[in-house]
Ligand binder design. Sequence first.
Ligand code: CLF
Ligand code: SF4
Length: 477
Amino acid sequence: MTPPPSNPAKNCGCTQQNLGDTLASRDERIKERIAKHPCYSEEAHHHYARMHVAVAPACNIQCNYCNRKYDCANESRPGVVSETLTPEEAAHKVLVIAGKIPQMTVVGIAGPGDPLANPKQTFETFARIAEKAPDIKLCLSTNGLNLPDYVDKIKELNIDHVTITINTVDPEIGARIYPWIRWQRKRIKGIEGVKILLERQQEGLQALQEADILCKVNSVMIPGINDQHLVEVNRVIRERGAFLHNIMPLISAPEHGTYFGLNGQRGPTPKELKELQDRCAGDMKMMRHCRQCRADAVGLLGEDRSQEFTKEKFMTMQPEYDTEQRRLAHTRIELRKMELAEQKAKLQGKNVKPTPKILVAVASKGGGLVNQHFGHAKEFLIYEVDGNSVNFVGHRKIDHYCQSGYGEEATLENIIQTISDCRGVLCSKIGSCPQEKLRKSGIEPFEDYDVIETVARKFYTQFMRTQMEVDHALHSN
Ligand code: CLF
Ligand code: SF4
């Protein structure tokens, strides 16, 4: 006779203490898995770089924010075209860049179409990289239609990070985003196709969770179509075990030639995006540092070095991949990260009372530092600061102010517009003319060269002191 199943709660030796230890060690393992991934870890994105190889030209669905001439808009800025590579060329490129940029720790395949609509090229590329550069993490981004068929293959190749773009869990809403899908050699239009896509996305997410593969979900925020609904998407993916949610703004312009661009569908403002990200935050990690990069992106997330490594250039370069050199570079980065963490811990506010929050814009070239001239910044990192904490909440792209060595009036006006809700701009240097104009718009320029949190805290203290003095002067008159 088969013995009755034992009661696991009684017999597995699991106590509260053991459970706590298990959860703590699971958290430690996850921390380790994401520590060098610039997209999965906000901290890592200051120090580590990623690169994409554009080996996947075909796609199996149509999104209304894509016109197929450009890279997949689920992981890239619209209007960008990458050179498609063969798996052999891609592996050569990875080895060249791994030698030249040792902080490059992740290779992603994110287009220019859908990687899993091109499974042969995608998996052959990953297999070649895994064989020749085993210290590099592999990452994949997909619309999810073919995902359930390939989870075993993904696991077998040790691809530990997968992104699915999920814009909705409601077929009615989906029908306003996806006009058709290609499924089992047929084009399926309208809601019938959308239902298949959404079911396959959820099935794929579940399968990744069961296979213990970290899954990030990207969602494109489309005002008036899925913006309110993304809170529900967030709830569903959280329940299904997604690790991270990246809500990205729709970027839509007529010149991109997309259905949305040509029909006047607007993207969200930075304020609308932040409000939605805050609503979804709860106990789920939200990614706020995505740069919607290209299918051949290279470098830290905030920089684009793809033009240094065009096919014409990298095919003439010899790979100088050296595991030992890379290990040493990573050790130096980890030591630096520890120093920064200690410095930040000392800065933890001791206030118990809530203090006013302000936003500041930071010019940084990376390394977690305020280390860039105002005129050279192509984007600002946005931090929310109060008396207790300094938190990264997003980034804003700008046209840099010093074009050909001179500041441009119209550009400065645009920059001021872009950061008009910030009370300070923190940078290593800034000229007197922009200083004056920023002040007139209520944005205080602040020069320093140090860890972002340290400078933000110094600025906050000075800002609050000035506010109190102004208040005091007003009340005594
Ligand atoms: Fe590339 Fe995507 Fe992997 Fe990152 S990007 S496949 S998870 S390695 Fe990162 Fe670029 Fe945003 Fe993507 S910033 S678009 S989230
Ligand atoms: Fe374009 Fe990507 Fe959508 Fe395919 S999945 S239609 S490539 S945005």
